[in-house]
Design a binder for this molecule. Structure first.
Ligand SMILES: C=Cc1c2[nH]c(c1C)Cc1[nH]c(c(CCC(=O)O)c1C)Cc1[nH]c(c(C)c1CCC(=O)O)Cc1[nH]c(c(C)c1C=C)C2
Length: 491
């Protein structure tokens, strides 16, 4: 039987995706979205058009996620169902924005191109950091200690390869995705393919990757094709064929805005934005009762929590605790968009990542984790045809007190980009503070989430509360949309 009334706690991308898909699956159910902020969409809606001085017109800037991966079927499905195909802009795999990724090693001026998966690393400027890792990975056999079910990314890369490769490459990769410390992040939760490849290659990841048999590749392809059948994607996959990543002409906010518009128009969905949940109670007689700061108590039959796990922990009753809601830390990121009145500030490429300093995040690198070269993929032209350059400086994460003052950030950019002359005065600066925006799954996360699921399916909760979102599964836009699609499958 369809649920009578579903309450969705949190109106970010995960909550919106849940409302969209649940309303399709249960067209007769009432759905209420409760969101603390006035605006829906969370940080996936952080796109802005900024006006440039001197009659130069305006450019789009992004404060949150900026690109999507073609492999995320759940997002392609939304693009199809929301009619967004015409706004899609792709970055081809062959373009510099996809191929050229750089690394800055604190203490050394400049940035170095990260070689692709080929022997080209042998003559790369980064070979001193990469070669030990690759060589040891090849010669070491099975060395996973017995009984180890998970470990940190740093420990995994050190065990398989070499500490220097782990510190330089592993830490940078983790900065670029989780804005976190690779010594804390669970390898199985964050990079499950690495863990699996080690098992397939009987110890050797690269061996496992290189020696995949024709049957294995064929089986993988078949599984992907089978999986695709779960999604209504129309011709959207063709649009993104051959793309490394894609976005929308008016930025990533397009997706969250279209989703908010769609759910707002649905007469069965009630949106309570600017409303904070203070308690989620449960008793056998009346079922759920949600207390908010603005409305009368709400009594849904089913609840989806798309809140962060610590936020959920604050509202559930002491009498019915749920395990592991406060185990994982999360990272805060400051994103600074800068628009410069000139081109050729950086080489063509995606941008660069900064690895962990040797002295453990104490180095005076201002707390920069990486910088994206936002104009590479799509030239930033003002309406007057003048070329401007957009960059985004990502700061914070394990750097506890990043120095976000403009002169300090510009001085560091100048050093990273190895420029003799200072950078020109930016035409526009926009600073976004994202507090606790990306959870860091600690080793053992998958087992703990299994136990949380068990607890939710038993006792008073009895499967009527589902907990989803970045704190439970993956942190990408695709993962958030997918978790909304899959919620309430047992209802
Ligand atoms: C705004 C800061 C964010 C940082 N990480 C994420 C955000 C939103 C989340 C994230 N970033 C990437 C992934 C991987 C999967 C994916 O959906 O692409 C996730 C979940 C990779 C990535 N990191 C950066 C970009 C532009 C991308 C997109 C994909 C690509 O082109 O490879 C840049 C970047 N993000 C962060 C930092 C510190 C950083 C540095 C350059 C933190």
């Amino acid at each position: 039987m369809a649920p009578r009334h579903i309450a969705i706690l949190g109106g970010g991308l995960t909550g919106l995706s849940s409302a969209f898909h649940l309303s399709r699956r249960f067209p007769s159910s009432t759905i209420t979205i409760i969101e603390k902020q006035k605006r829906l969409g969370g940080w996936a809606a952080n796109t802005e058009r900024v006006q440039l001085p001197g009659g130069r017109g305006s450019v789009i800037i992004e404060g949150g996620p900026r690109t999507l991966r073609p492999s995320a079927n759940s997002v392609l499905e939304l693009i199809h169902l929301l009619g967004l195909s015409d706004s899609v802009v792709t970055t081809p795999k062959s373009s510099p924005a996809a191929k050229n990724r750089f690394l800055h090693v604190p203490g050394t001026p400049g940035i170095y191109k990260i070689p692709g998966v080929s022997l080209s690393y042998l003559w790369s400027e980064l070979r001193f950091f990469i070669t030990p890792g690759v060589s040891f990975e090849f010669v070491r056999g099975w060395n996973r200690p017995q009984g180890v079910l998970d470990e940190s990314m740093e420990s995994f890369m050190t065990r398989r390869g070499h500490p220097v490769t782990a510190r330089v490459l592993g830490s940078a990769m983790v900065h670029g995705i989780y804005a976190a410390d690779a010594r804390l992040l669970s390898v199985r939760a964050a990079f499950p393919k690495l863990w699996e490849l080690e098992e397939k290659g009987k110890g050797r990841i690269l061996w496992g990757l290189l020696t995949r048999s024709k049957q294995e590749k064929e089986a993988e392809k078949q599984k992907e094709e089978e999986d695709r059948k779960r999604y209504e994607m129309g011709d959207v996959p063709k649009l993104v064929d051959g793309a490394a990543v894609y976005s929308f002409r008016d930025g990533m906010g397009t997706l969250a805005e279209a989703l908010s518009r769609s759910v707002s128009k649905n007469p069965n969905i009630r949106i309570l934005s600017g409303t904070e949940v203070s308690a989620l109670q449960f008793d056998d007689e009346n079922g759920f009762e949600i207390t908010t700061d603005k409305t009368n108590p709400i009594q849904p039959s089913h609840v989806v929590s798309a809140l962060s796990l610590p936020a959920l922990n604050k509202i559930i009753p002491d009498a019915h605790p749920l395990p592991y809601l406060t185990t994982n830390p999360s990272s805060s990121v400051t994103a600074i968009n800068l628009v410069f009145p000139t081109d050729k500030i950086y080489p063509p490429g995606f941008g660069y990542l900064v690895c962990r300093p040797e002295d453990d995040y104490a180095a005076d690198d201002a707390g920069i984790l990486g910088v994206t070269f936002d104009s590479t993929a799509h030239d930033a032209l003002t309406p007057g045809g003048e070329r401007v350059t957009k960059v985004t400086v990502m700061m914070g994460g394990p750097h506890r007190a990043p120095d976000t003052s403009l002169p300090v950030v510009l001085a560091h950019l100048q050093y990273h980009l190895n420029r003799r002359k200072p950078l020109p005065e930016p035409l526009a600066v926009r600073v976004w503070q994202h507090r606790n925006c990306i959870p860091t799954p600690l080793p053992g996360h998958l087992e703990r989430m299994g136990k949380l699921r068990e607890a939710l399916s038993e006792g008073v909760w009895g499967g009527r509360l589902e907990v989803i979102g970045a704190g439970v599964r993956g942190v990408s836009v695709g993962d958030c949309v997918e978790s909304g699609k899959m919620v309430g499958m047992e209802w």
